[in-house]
Write a protein that binds this ligand. Structure first.
Ligand SMILES: Nc1ncnc2c1ncn2[C@@H]1O[C@H](COP(=O)(O)OP(=O)(O)OP(=O)(O)O)[C@@H](O)[C@H]1O
Length: 383
């Protein structure tokens, strides 16, 4: 293996610049760029077919990009370097374990390939098994393990080679709900304990929010937002992001006016106010979306004394019990608005749906979105 140049903690562990992958007429990945600092838990999130696995496989060396301007791992240019000579390890959804081998043999395989002596292999395999909390499974055959245990062994096998980056391709996809949640915590614990860079692929926004320092959201091969989970959750850069991140209430309208980081939007015949998406151009007449989460929509019995808040007359149409909370669907002049109540004692009988302007975000739809280039009036305002 080629030795990496000396690097300090401040140099990025990974740089991907302008990576494109086409399969015939399909552009699976379209000029994706990414710079990842050491020790980050980064998630590539997106719907099926958005290009996340393609990007992960390009990093791993399992997929050849059609075009790429730069690809560095720990400062080393890895373009053209085969997968087994890149200092990364990949964990797949279906484990990829050798069924005829024992747990110990599986974990040691990567070290055997690297011609490490038997005693060292054994010691490191035992350490890796400790890490994934399976210290007594060294002799076990793979087929004697549960799904969760197999995934832990796959993790141990990846970690034992001490890669610069651990790549995880939907590693929890085959596990049941309960186990998946346990393993989310387990992965996070491991990543924090090792300080290793993890790059996870998932299509679950809930998984991404739970685990990541940073989320890179893809749609149709393009990175559509890159930021901290809270940023994507509270400040979606587009209608797609708002909907993908689970905003229950998203409406379309036309900007009437804006000042001091706030915008008035005409939705149907109702004027609503919200925070302008930072960096967006929202001049009067701009087509824009408004997104507000159900937990910010409250029910009020009287419409008075609600200055500065958005207020819509409403009628409850459906109450949905969700365990810890209730969602109430409300008929309003702009369509159905969902309100969430966490407390059973809260009234679900209000006549008005109310939310504060600061609790909803307004951003341009289409070519006027923040990512678009060109001149225009830019709204200020803080998230
Ligand atoms: N080997 C291939 N040949 C042809 N098309 C491909 C190939 N691999 C991927 N694609 C296409 O490229 C696009 C992106 O695929 P990719 O697997 O990267 O998406 P994804 O976001 O990981 O999806 P999923 O969550 O379903 O795995 C899809 O339209 C897919 O059909």
């Amino acid at each position: 293996m080629t030795s990496a140049p000396v690097s300090d903690a401040s140099t990025p562990i990974l740089v991907v610049r302008e990576a494109t992958r086409r399969f015939g007429l399909v552009t699976a990945l379209d000029r994706a760029s990414l710079t990842v600092p050491r020790g980050q838990f980064l998630t590539l999130l997106g719907p099926s077919g958005s290009g996340k696995t393609t990007l992960l496989r390009i990093i791993a060396g399992l997929e050849e990009p059609t075009e790429i301007a730069e690809l560095r791992i720990a400062e080393l240019d890895v373009r053209g370097i085969p997968a087994n000579h890149r200092n990364v390890a990949t964990v797949f959804q279906h484990y990829g374990l050798f069924p005829h081998m024992s747990v110990g043999q599986n974990i040691e395989y990567g070290l055997l390939v690297r011609k490490r002596p038997a005693a060292e292999r054994r010691r490191r395999a035992m350490e890796a098994l400790e890490l994934v909390r399976l210290p007594d499974k060294y002799e076990r055959r793979v087929h004697q393990l549960s799904g969760g245990e197999r995934q832990r062994v796959a993790l141990a096998r990846a970690l034992v080679t001490e890669p610069e980056i651990l790549l995880l391709d939907e590693p929890l996809g085959a596990l049941d709900e309960r186990l998946r949640r346990d393993m989310q915590v387990e992965l996070l614990r491991l990543q924090r304990a090792l300080g290793m860079t993890f790059i996870l692929v998932t299509h679950s926004q809930e998984e991404a929010l739970t685990m990541s320092d940073r989320i890179v959201l893809l749609n149709r091969g393009r990175i559509v937002q890159d930021g901290a989970p809270r940023e994507l959750f509270e400040c979606p850069a587009s209608r797609f992001v708002a909907e993908f991140m689970g905003a229950e209430n998203v409406f379309q309208g036309k900007v009437i006016a804006g000042a001091d980081g706030f915008v008035s939007l005409l939705v149907g015949e109702t004027v609503l106010r919200g925070r302008a998406l930072p960096g967006s151009r929202l001049t009067p007449g701009t087509e824009a979306f408004l997104a507000v989460r159900a937990e910010h929509v409250q029910l009020a019995t009287v419409g008075a004394d609600r200055a500065g808040e958005n207020l819509l007359p409403c009628q409850a149409r459906l109450n949905i019990y969700k365990g810890n909370y209730h969602d109430t669907e409300l008929d309003t002049p702009i369509g159905v608005v969902v309100s969430r109540q966490w407390d059973d004692t809260q009234s679900r009988q209000g006549k008005f749906a109310v939310w504060q302007a600061s609790h909803c975000v307004i951003g341009p739809t289409g070519p006027n979105s923040p990512a678009a280039q060109g001149p225009g009036v830019t709204m200020g305002g803080k998230a």
